[in-house]
Design a protein around this ligand. Structure first.
Ligand SMILES: [Zn+2]
Ligand SMILES: [Zn+2]
Length: 810
């Protein structure tokens, strides 16, 4: 930034008054709710006696002289050898809870003849976070502490030094998987002394990624035990519904939860904002016919986008002299917020045009530093940013935060909101609802955000598609014996037999052995279940990225317009056999929408509940789907044409939650037989959209199918399934929290003021049937009738902060 625009005289920031100004006049109805997050005073605890003097002195020199109660509680547990999970708010100093016991033991152990009486392993989901942790440790300058990061970029000679001398190694799960465990003999001295394993930001290990981490930690426990080490696990989590259950599932052992937050916080005014419902502009959309093929619902209203709304609010706040960051969900959205806010500001005052910037990750360090210093000096008054900001740039102490759309999880919401607030002054946060049923629900049910969380981070440690390959890797590390079922669970032996039959393992008297020349771990990616399709740019041969195999047919079929990091590409050729798609950069002026048919077969019912005439089940299913054609759609919604595709049927073996109804109960609820397909389809869309309320999942992780008559059940049936082979835990959480989930779904549809359905309630962006047929009021009647027989005890109140939302992957 070359010139500093004149800075408005800073008036004292008064969040409620600012919010009142923003929501005056034509925006009077947009502010749906205001919640005052009260200031909280701290609860302190004395330092434990057992802290090593060098550690105490380092912290007190750096200004940490008192502990908060949760830090003390967690530190005592870990010091006593009890596995513990700390789940408290953003910026509550969770790291001190694990650093006190870890550093004390490590420093005390430095007196051992080896210099390493105790070692510790720290795992973070990203390299950036590990580097940040190391920088903070180094600043403490604790005598005798040898800490180092160890990742893919660490040079070879440095790696050797770290293995042989470091006591505290900061790394990531991928490195443990690909390097530490396969090469464990080289780590023997480190592993022999392994006293602690710290798992930071553990709430991110959910779904399939969570299942991978669970298997990886079991491998680590087994290898460590071989060297006589039984480390204490310390997990740090954002605030979620049941951190203990997730932590236990991850490490496979009992864990003590520490959830009472003793840290102080400043007051915050938190507004919930819903953009206005508008009707599509007929002039933009051209003729509304979709050729009877049921493409876009051109008659449907939609909300003004959260991005447009955020840009307007950002401009208004900047004019008011309120330093603000606006978070968007995509890079394209962030660019749009910044550009639109700048345009509005230029009309007000040319000097203000340069006071808003965009930050979307991937910036060079010097560019990031420049943004940081601009914010500090006040030259920058507004910033639009993606989540990348959470880990890449130091932005704190701003006045206000805008969130354009639900950021996906409560953890992200509070992390983003926490960017506002200088020491000793109140702050403002505003969540702007996106066009989605979960967003609609949340802005109308503030208790779901501000009271006890219902959103749980779930995973399935027994997913055979994940556990199987890890067992092969474990056998390569150390031959497996029947006794290892204590670590890997009761399904281990059955899975090993499968691996033997496939020629990957051999059974000998001493156990199961890996017998192949290649590395077992090379077959396993920790981020998915393996099957991916490469997106290759035709002109350069560069691989732009990958999409999951199951999503490939609908997103990168030949002719598809594929948006990668905000850039549109046209798929020139999709190669099913070689799992790649050749793309050409450019925007043809339309988007594409795949159409598909789906069906499912019920495999095995694992759990069920009877709700009067309704049967609710959880179990294994096979979902069969085939992408049959695609539509080309102009921005206004006009369909240019439908084009047939010749793609094979795909089959997915996974876990699902489903419920069957009777035509009689639906008739009694005012849904005659001809209306059942539309009511069931609309209810299915909304339930998928709401699943993330009870299980932290992305809308794309979940799919659904509804049918007026299912051949297996003989009844109208709605099914919601995990979109990954073997399941991911989301559907099971839906089953367990079904009353909360379905009640919230119904309430979300009711809260939407559209007449016959829109993207904020029952439309799905992923619908394979072009959102036809959909019956909004029928969906409300159907869900009400289903819930009438609910016998499920709800731990929370129905319709409170439990529900789940996930969009449609039909
Ligand atoms: Zn609606
Ligand atoms: Zn659909």
């Amino acid at each position: 930034m070359s010139s500093d625009p004149p800075r408005a005289t800073r008036r004292l920031f008064d969040p409620p008054a600012t919010l009142a100004r923003l929501s005056s006049g034509p925006r009077a109805e947009r502010l749906v709710h205001v919640h005052q997050v009260p200031a909280r005073s701290e609860q302190v605890a004395p330092w434990p006696e057992w802290v090593a003097p060098a550690v105490y002195s380092a912290f007190s020199t750096s200004g940490v002289t008192t502990l908060w109660t949760h830090q003390r509680e967690a530190a005592d547990c870990a010091h006593d050898g009890t596995h513990v999970v700390i789940s408290t708010g953003t910026a509550s100093g969770k790291s001190l809870g694990y650093l006190l016991p870890v550093l004390s033991d490590v420093v005390d152990g430095a007196a051992a003849p080896s210099g390493r009486g105790a070692t510790a392993l720290y795992l973070s989901p990203t390299k950036a976070l590990a580097a940040d942790q190391l920088a903070r440790l180094s600043a403490l300058a604790i005598p005798g502490l040898r800490a180092a990061t160890y990742d893919g970029d660490t040079p070879t000679d440095e790696r050797r030094w770290i293995r042989e001398h470091a006591q505290y190694v900061l790394t990531n799960p991928d490195l443990v998987h690909h390097s530490l465990l396969p090469g464990h003999p080289r780590w023997a001295p480190f592993l022999r002394s392994l006293r602690y394993v710290v798992i930071d930001e553990c709430h991110v290990y959910r779904g399939v990624f969570g299942s991978h981490l669970a298997a990886l930690l079991r491998r680590l426990r087994r290898v460590a035990a071989r060297y006589g080490a039984f480390p204490t696990f310390i997990l740090a989590s954002a605030t979620v519904a049941d951190p203990q259950a997730q932590a236990c599932a991850l490490i496979g052992m009992p864990v003590r939860p520490v959830t009472h937050d003793g840290s102080p916080r400043e007051a915050m005014t938190f507004g919930l904002w819903e953009p206005a419902l508008v009707h599509r502009d007929a002039g933009l959309g051209g003729d509304a016919g979709s050729g009877g093929g049921g493409g876009q619902r051109l008659d449907a209203p939609h909300r003004r986008s959260a991005v447009t709304e955020a840009a307007d609010l950002l401009a208004d706040l900047v004019v008011d002299g309120v330093q603000t960051v606006a978070f968007g969900r995509s890079r394209a959205g962030v660019e749009a917020i910044a550009a639109s806010a700048r345009r509005s500001l230029l009309e007000v005052d040319p000097a203000l045009g340069t006071s808003v910037a965009a930050y979307r990750g991937g910036y060079l360090p010097e560019e990031r530093r420049e943004l940081e210093s601009g914010l500090r000096s006040g030259a920058l008054r507004g910033l639009a940013a993606t989540n990348a900001l959470e880990l890449g740039i130091d932005v704190s102490g701003l006045d206000a935060v805008l969130m354009a759309g639900w950021p996906g999880t409560c953890a992200s919401l509070w992390q983003q909101a926490g960017r506002a607030g200088r020491n000793g002054s109140a702050s403002l946060a505003l969540l702007i609802a996106g066009d989605d049923p979960l967003d609609t629900y949340l802005v109308h049910h503030p208790e779901a955000l501000f009271e006890r969380p219902v959103e749980a981070a779930v995973l399935d440690p027994q997913n055979p598609y994940v556990l199987g390959p890890h067992l092969a890797a474990a056998a390569a590390e150390l031959p497996l014996t029947a006794a290892d079922a204590l670590v890997f669970g009761p399904t281990m032996v059955g899975l090993l037999e499968v691996l033997v039959a496939r020629g990957l393992l051999r059974r000998r008297p001493g156990g199961w052995f890996w017998t192949r020349p290649e590395r077992a771990t090379d077959h396993v990616s920790l981020r998915g279940t393996g099957e991916t399709v490469r997106i290759v740019e035709r002109s350069t041969g560069r691989v732009l990225g990958t999409v999951d195999g199951p999503a490939a047919h609908s997103s990168v079929h030949t002719g598809a317009v594929y948006v990668h990091q905000g850039q549109p590409y046209v798929v020139a050729h999709y190669d099913e056999d070689d799992s790649h798609a050749i793309v050409v950069a450019g925007d043809p002026g339309w988007s594409t929408r795949a159409r598909s048919v789906s069906a499912f077969d019920i495999g095995h019912v694992e759990q069920s509940q009877v709700w009067g005439p309704v049967e609710l089940c959880f179990g294994s299913v096979e979902v069969r789907s085939q992408v049959t054609s695609f539509l080309r759609v102009l921005p206004g919604g006009k369909v240019l044409g439908e084009h047939a595709l010749d793609l094979p049927e795909r089959s997915l073996h996974t876990k699902a939650v489903w419920w069957t109804m009777t035509p009689q109960m639906l008739e009694a609820a005012g849904i005659p037989e001809p209306s059942i397909p539309g009511a069931a389809h609309a209810a299915e869309h909304a339930t998928i959209g709401m699943l993330p309320l009870v299980a932290t999942s992305d809308r794309w992780d979940i799919g659904g199918v509804s049918t007026a008559l299912h051949p297996d059940t003989g009844r109208p049936t709605i099914l919601v399934y995990d979109g990954h082979p073997g399941g991911a835990g989301f559907a099971e959480r839906g089953f367990r929290a079904a009353t909360i989930w379905l009640t919230a779904t119904r309430d979300a549809i009711l809260a939407c003021e559209c007449a016959t359905g829109c993207p904020s309630c029952v439309h799905s962006p992923k619908c394979g049937n072009g959102n036809e047929p959909l019956d909004k009021s029928g969906a409300v009647a159907l869900l009400t009738a289903v819930l009438a027989g609910s016998t499920q005890g709800t731990r929370g109140q129905p319709g409170r902060r439990d529900s789940a939302q996930t969009p449609d992957v039909e």
